[in-house]
Ligand binder design. Structure first.
Ligand SMILES: Cc1cc2nc3c(=O)[nH]c(=O)nc-3n(C[C@H](O)[C@H](O)[C@H](O)COP(=O)(O)OP(=O)(O)OC[C@H]3O[C@@H](n4cnc5c(N)ncnc54)[C@H](O)[C@@H]3O)c2cc1C
Ligand code: FES
Length: 270
């Protein structure tokens, strides 16, 4: 439960409100984790927030978090500089089904900041590329200025062994790509619904419609996984803050198989 001290090594500004922090343990410790897991990140004297790990699981030497500045804790984090200290507890929670997806089509669907928790899964799929059939990334953001990891998106697009679809909800004249919500990419994406595993993360409304669209394409709920974000305090199943019936999002999730969470997906924030 006690946060461990981590020192900030690098800050990268991804968009006008989103930044990536690379941290290293004060004792040189990095952070092994499974794709999809999160840490409780403590800004000293301000507060603690759950943040997914967005780095490469094969490079646990540094701990990487991509954070959108939305409120009390995350807004002051924008001002952090190299050398500043943060507290970290974790990693916590369940992970994306990269093992179950072996030998099948792996489809990643992200909305906005939802690409951050999915990036480690994509790194894993690409570094074990021969273990999977098709690998597909479908990513949507509000505007072109909201797109994360734009250099990497270009790099992934240039590969012949991964299909990348990017769309924005709204754009001005300079944007040459797709306009429309992420679900509009699903009918055109090349994967075999009966052979696919889908991993979905984004705002809850995006996840609801994405799950629906995947089912319309022929996927069953037991092959669709979603990551739920709910208010958390302890992160380890003690406080009940994230509890829904018998389920604790922090320790049973945040990644859930959709058939176990379908009802929950249709409930608003609790
Ligand atoms: C398992 C898990 C993983 C997460 N991973 C990430 C991650 O990788 N990166 C990341 O940036 N965030 C992530 N979040 C969300 C993050 O924890 C919250 O954005 C953060 O707790 C907000 O804290 P705050 O004190 O800055 O804002 P608060 O002061 O708590 O909120 C301020 C205002 O912002 C609104 N708000 C709060 N959260 C959000 C949100 N997510 N989007 C839009 N508005 C919001 C509130 O409704 C409120 O109006 C994750 C959450 C969970 C549960
Ligand atoms: S955050 Fe405390 S029980 Fe889940």
């Amino acid at each position: 439960m006690r946060p461990q001290p981590y020192r900030l090594q690098r800050v990268r500004h991804e968009t006008y409100d989103t930044f990536t922090l690379e941290l290293e343990g004060a004792d040189g410790r990095g952070g092994s984790f499974a794709p999809g897991q999160f840490n409780m990140v403590y800004l000293l004297g301000v507060g603690e927030v759950p943040i997914s790990i967005s780095g490469d699981p094969a490079r646990p030497g540094s701990l990487v978090h991509t954070i959108r500045a939305v409120g009390t804790v995350t807004k002051p984090m924008v001002r952090l500089k190299r050398g500043d200290m943060l507290g970290v507890r974790g990693p916590f929670g369940s992970s994306w089904p990269v093992e179950e997806a072996k030998g099948r089509d792996a489809v990643i669907l992200a909305g906005g900041i939802g690409l951050a928790p999915l990036r480690p899964a994509l790194y894993h799929l690409l570094s074990h590329r021969d273990d999977y059939r098709r690998v597909v990334l479908l990513y949507g953001a509000r505007t072109p200025d909201d797109l994360l990891y734009t250099d990497e998106l270009e790099e992934w697009r240039s590969r012949f062994d991964v299909e990348v679809g990017v769309t924005v909800d709204a754009a001005s004249g300079n944007w040459k790509g797709n306009v429309g919500v992420v679900t509009t990419l699903i009918p055109w994406a090349r994967f075999e619904p009966s052979e696919a595993v889908a991993m979905v993360c984004g705002p809850e409304v995006m996840m609801r419609f994405t799950v629906q669209a995947l089912q319309e394409k022929g996927m069953t709920a037991d092959n669709i996984f979603v990551s739920m974000e709910r208010n958390m305090k302890c992160g380890v199943g003690f406080c009940g803050h994230c509890q829904w019936g018998p389920t604790f999002i922090c320790k049973d999730g945040p990644v859930f198989r959709c058939d176990r969470m379908e009802l929950f997906l249709w409930k608003r924030e609790i």
